[in-house]
Design a protein around this ligand. Sequence first.
Ligand code: ZN
Length: 186
Amino acid sequence: MNEQIFKNEMAKAAVKTRCELDPLTLAAYWEEFENWDEAVFVQALQLASRELNFFPTVSQIRQRRFAIDRQPSRPAAPGVYECPQCRDRGYLEIYHPLGYQPIRDKTFAISKHLRTVVVACTCFKGEEMRKPIEPGKQNQCKPLIEFDSAVMKPVTTPIISEQVEELENFVTNDWQSSSQRCEWIP
Ligand SMILES: [Zn+2]
């Protein structure tokens, strides 16, 4: 990928997520993505920064790429999704359960504990994401784990304090009352 295109896209994503990028961060991301195809990187980064209201981590950009690569078909026009849950993307971004304990401990801080991970939707669009890729295909990645509403909570964006409250309720009430009490680790 062209380094200038990379820098421009990173700068745009920084503006959108209201983050500042220092040269060291930029260099670290470049190291991760320099071998990627420009178009794929741009699409994955734009998708991630639209969906999150903070600057996406390396793994969040990678997850978007996997999701893009594995997307079975083009998304339908807005408002006509077959699956309103994933909007026909086949995947959902959920709060990482590593953030649950700090919530229960009442030490949760968005900047410190808010992590997300991508899982496959339960709908038929998500089926593609849950299937292992056939041998010989490029961009191999592991099948995504299936969404389980009893132990996982989809990310609502932008993440503002009310949504953190919602997450707190999920972790302390809904989650506790769910039949599946074991800790879920992706
Ligand atoms: Zn779905």
